[in-house]
Design a protein around this ligand. Structure first.
Ligand SMILES: NC(=O)c1ccc[n+]([C@@H]2O[C@H](COP(=O)([O-])OP(=O)(O)OC[C@H]3O[C@@H](n4cnc5c(N)ncnc54)[C@H](OP(=O)(O)O)[C@@H]3O)[C@@H](O)[C@H]2O)c1
Length: 390
């Protein structure tokens, strides 16, 4: 398919996931504005092929090499080159001619494509919060070196980003990061400890991929978002406060030095922040469901309970410690969530495994990205050992 000069050319990483599919829906609604030139996934190749048949990318990256070989001819028949192997995500993120990389990958695997895209001067619409949690300092430096921007997709960070438009960031006093509280918001600790996979995956307001849904139930997602906000908005974590807001209508707020608070409201629908990130600084029309405040009636707020949700406290502690600690926190969490989803450990062991992994680690300032990735590998191994110990 030919692209026109008015179409923004996108690379979509994680095209088969929840963010990826929502992004494709936004592009489908604005074909005159956006064109997908590349897309990447890991192993859900049938879904990737069906997206390729609809959006005609020039290139696809498939992480699973066997799947890439099995399906190569079918992608070639659609006019798409197939990349695979360890460097495929970086190669597609820096593909010539693209203007914006949408990173909807899950986990620390998103770090290198974000880093290299920014270094090359390419803007990144970022859903993959793990990029910033693991390598925030390196990502910020890459954006500076490349003269590129990160446009947040996470609804909370999109809200903060929108509230800060036209404001002097020096006048920002506090970020009030909202979260629904997840499915276990009102549960007693013993019940949370024994929660099943199905219970953890039943998020009250959002439909998302399994890892972030479990993170939302443990409040680790909010913890990762605190670290993400710290890097995006250059604010110390002490000035980023979490507020439980069960309706998920206010997506976050910012408080300025004069005491004024600005909030961004919307329905819990990821297509809204994705569309904003794609069209920024413009706003496009949409027919997505709109907020009806009369129907909602009231908006509630409560403080987070760090006792029942220790993952949030661990994230704040790792953020304060800095160095390699956030990377270790993230890696241990990925391993523990995976073990929980495989029904190998109870829900309550997720924060225990993270805490033990952090306790076994001596944080240091990473000299380079390889040093950071080594801390990530070490933490995965330790966390897996702790998960097996039972
Ligand atoms: N979902 C949401 O509404 C939401 C909201 C805010 C922020 N986020 C953030 O957005 C990111 C994505 O979340 P999600 O819910 O969309 O996750 P998801 O549904 O699990 O999708 C993850 C995507 O990443 C791909 N992927 C995973 N590992 C890969 C690898 N090694 N190489 C190449 N591709 C790989 C998957 O490919 P396969 O399908 O082939 O496995 C899939 O396309 C996360 O960082 C999350 O925290 C999500």
């Amino acid at each position: 398919m030919r692209s026109t000069s008015s179409q923004k050319k996108l690379i979509l990483l994680g095209a088969t996931g929840s963010i990826g599919q929502n992004c494709l829906d936004v592009v489908r609604r604005h074909p005159e504005r956006f064109r997908i030139v590349g897309m990447a996934s890991r192993s859900r190749v049938r879904e990737l092929l069906s997206a390729a048949a609809e959006f005609h990318p020039e290139v696809v990256a498939i992480a699973d090499p066997e799947a890439a070989e099995t399906w190569r001819e079918q992608f070639l028949a659609l006019g798409a080159k197939v990349l695979t192997g360890t460097d495929a995500l970086v190669e597609i993120a820096t593909w010539p001619g693209a203007e914006l990389v949408v990173n909807g990958l899950v986990g620390a695997v998103g770090l290198l494509p974000t880093y290299h895209a920014l270094r090359q001067g390419r803007d990144v619409a970022l859903a993959n919060k793990e990029s910033l949690v693991v390598g925030g300092a390196f990502i910020a430096a890459a954006a500076r070196a490349g003269g590129a921007s990160i446009i947040p997709i996470d609804s909370e960070h999109s809200a903060i980003f929108q509230c800060l438009q036209g404001e002097d960031s020096g006048a920002l006093r506090r970020i009030l990061l909202t979260g629904s509280g997840g499915p276990f918001r009102t549960w007693p600790p013993e019940r949370i400890y024994q929660a099943t996979v199905d219970e953890a995956l039943a998020h009250p307001n959002w439909v998302m991929g399994p890892k972030i849904t479990v993170d939302s139930a443990s409040l680790m997602n909010k913890g990762l978002e605190v670290i993400e906000a710290h890097w995006l908005f250059e604010l110390p974590v002490e000035r980023i406060e979490v507020l439980i807001h069960p309706q998920s209508i206010i997506h976050s707020m910012v408080e300025f030095e004069d005491g004024s608070i600005k909030a961004q409201l919307g329905m819990p629908d990821m297509r809204v922040p994705i569309q904003y990130a794609l069209s920024y600084p413009e706003r496009l029309k949409s027919d997505f469901p709109k907020v009806d405040l009369f129907a909602i009636g009231h908006l509630d707020f409560e403080p987070p309970d760090f006792g029942r949700f220790p993952a949030l406290a661990l994230a704040y502690a790792a953020a304060r410690e800095g160095g390699t600690s956030p990377a270790v926190l993230n890696a241990a969490n990925e391993v523990a969530v995976h073990a929980f989803l495989q029904r190998r450990i109870p829900f309550g062991r997720i924060p225990e495994i993270i805490e033990r992994t952090l306790a076994a680690h001596t944080s240091h300032e990473p000299a380079d990205l390889e040093d950071l990735l080594e801390a990530d590998r070490w933490a995965r191994q330790r966390a897996e050992e702790f998960a097996r110990e039972g």
